[in-house]
Ligand binder design. Structure first.
Ligand SMILES: [Cu+2]
Length: 355
């Protein structure tokens, strides 16, 4: 690797994309992670084990986290685990559905930034009827992030509801801006049962805001309590994955503002617009238009989603992304037949015939 490309890799590692959360937290540690303001983050964890033969049934442990960022490093969220094995230890709980609601305030630091991060996470576990809390710290330098957490619960599920404390630690090691490995361990302090652990390979999916991990763990839920105790028999290793989905709320603004500001893209000066094509109901209305050389076509997006005008075989440069209510004007100088499509919706097709 040359010095220049190595420097570029370091630069890319130092300026990570937002919301690549799995590259900055191990599977069972929320750490100091707070979604950006105006972002609702939906993270889906699915773990499973396969029972012994002859049935080889797959026993699933789905987990969801939904959290919203409110700015000022504050988030509110909830975790749902539909098969909490905290129940297995004879707590008398009637349900295995575990819900934890939490707030988080990151007092110091930011995801992906070198140095120290500190966050407090007050929470309430509805299954345990327990007020829980976590203080988390992490420290990032280059491709390495180290994590630590101290936890307290007012009623520990499965241990006759007594108060309890737990400690956890873990790390993320990023091999490059796209791939990393991570692991963590968490345990109640007293009485100690089985520590919860996890290990994962994490990926940033290129060109997307999503991260993905393949993981092994012995924890059935990622709540403060669930991440402090591993499951017992029949199986104590679960395999699974996590997928993170940030939803930027401003994407939903067309629902509330029917007419976003019109913008015109392209627009060569002085070209006569000889044809208009509306993009409506995810179709090019007026599939074929005919113009003369030197004239222009105007496409206008009437849909609440983004479209493009992309010429097949790159016959012409084509448009950038055309936002709702946006227009794109392109002048054709050479006679010919120009077929085009929309990149996000390849089934949208049209033709411009230039005489
Ligand atoms: Cu489209």
């Amino acid at each position: 690797m040359t010095r220049v490309s190595f420097a570029l890799v370091l630069l890319a590692a130092a300026a990570p994309l937002r919301a690549q959360s799995l590259l900055y937290r191990p599977p069972n540690l929320g750490g100091t992670w707070v979604p950006d303001a105006g972002v609702v983050q939906f993270n889906f964890v699915h773990r499973f084990y396969v029972t012994a033969g002859p049935s080889h049934s797959v026993i699933n442990f789905p987990n969801f986290t939904v959290a919203a960022g409110f700015g000022h490093q504050i988030a509110f969220g909830a975790r749902f685990a539909t098969r909490s094995l905290l129940v297995g230890s004879g707590s008398g709980a009637l349900s295995s559905n575990e819900t934890e609601i939490y707030g988080r305030w990151r007092l110091h630091g930011a995801e992906g930034r070198p140095g120290l991060g500190v966050a407090v996470t007050p929470a309430y576990n509805l299954l345990a009827k327990s007020a829980d809390g976590e203080v988390a710290v992490d420290w990032t330098r280059g491709g390495l992030t180290l994590h630590g957490a101290a936890r307290a619960m007012s009623r520990r599920l499965g241990e006759s509801g007594n108060p309890a404390t737990a400690l956890a630690g873990g790390f993320n090691a990023r091999l490059n801006p796209y791939i990393g490995v991570s692991a963590d361990v968490g345990s109640f302090v007293s009485p100690t049962v089985r520590a919860a652990w996890s290990a994962a390979i994490t990926f940033l999916i290129p060109g997307s805001p999503h991260t993905f991990s393949l993981q092994a763990s012995n924890a059935g839920s990622a709540s403060i309590q669930g991440a402090s105790e591993g499951i017992a028999a029949p199986k104590n290793i679960l395999y699974g994955f996590e997928f993170t989905i940030p939803l930027h709320l401003k994407r939903f603004s067309p629902w509330f503002h029917r007419s976003p500001k019109p913008v015109t893209l392209g627009a060569p000066a002085g070209a006569a617009i000889a044809a208009q094509v509306d993009m409506a109901s995810v179709k090019f209305a007026g599939e074929t238009v005919t113009i003369s050389a030197g004239q222009a076509v105007r496409w206008t997006n009437r849909d609440p989603v983004e479209h493009t005008v992309t010429f097949d075989g790159a016959a012409e440069p084509g448009s950038p992304v055309i936002p709702p209510n946006g227009s794109y004007v392109h002048r054709f100088d050479k006679p010919g037949t120009y077929t085009y499509h929309c990149t996000p919706h390849p089934f949208m097709k049209g033709t411009v015939i230039v005489r």
